[in-house]
Design a protein around this ligand. Structure first.
Ligand SMILES: [Ca+2]
Ligand SMILES: [Ca+2]
Length: 188
């Protein structure tokens, strides 16, 4: 009986050890899964914002602009403020990309949780769709966690439809409009 108890205790200890090893291996991958899912959600939500302003522009027959904003009530043109600080959509009556007196804010989006980032070199301050639902330029946005390109998401702005950048060569780096891999979270 005593012998049997001893074996049970050893078995228990081994089981605990195996469980702790499995758990310590599982936690980082579980964490990565959460980060990946969050990156996809942010990119999808940003694409939804773009589709929203595009359809509003067509509906209104006027330009609708999306600009980065820290307060949900005015655009920021500071070079130290990025899209991850939040963004707003407004009816841009004079199509200048600036929220002027008399122009209506249509929707606001809050800042991303740190350390998630949303950046673009082609659109440092704003992105405008005209009344035909066409942007003024092409370009890329990068959605990153902790400035890490591996596993990041890209949002590609073509004149008409925004889309998610795909990773066709499976190297964990999404491809940008020119076909090259995302190489910078800060200025994609
Ligand atoms: Ca304006
Ligand atoms: Ca790739």
């Amino acid at each position: 009986m005593r012998n049997q108890k001893g074996v049970t205790l050893i078995e228990l200890m081994v089981a605990l050890m195996v469980a702790s090893i499995l758990l310590s291996a599982a936690i980082p991958s579980f964490r990565q899964t959460i980060i990946n899912s969050r990156l996809s959600t942010i990119a999808s939500e940003f694409i939804s914002s773009l589709n929203y302003i595009r359809s509003e522009a067509i509906k209104a027959g006027r330009s609708v602009t999306l600009c980065k904003s820290t307060n949900g009530s005015s655009c920021s043109i500071s070079s130290t403020v990025f899209w991850d600080s939040g963004w707003i959509a407004f009816l841009d009556l004079d199509a200048d990309g600036v929220l002027d007196t008399g122009e209506t804010i249509l929707r606001t989006w809050p800042a991303l949780a740190s350390p998630y980032t949303l950046r673009s070199s082609a659109f440092p301050n704003f992105l405008r769709y005209n009344s035909q639902g066409v942007t003024t330029a092409d370009g890329n946005f990068a959605v990153c966690h902790n400035s890490t390109e591996v596993g990041a998401k890209a949002v590609l702005i073509t004149r008409v439809r925004p889309r998610m950048g795909i990773d066709s060569d499976s190297d964990q780096l999404p491809e940008l409009l020119n076909g090259s891999d995302l190489s910078s979270c800060e200025s994609p």
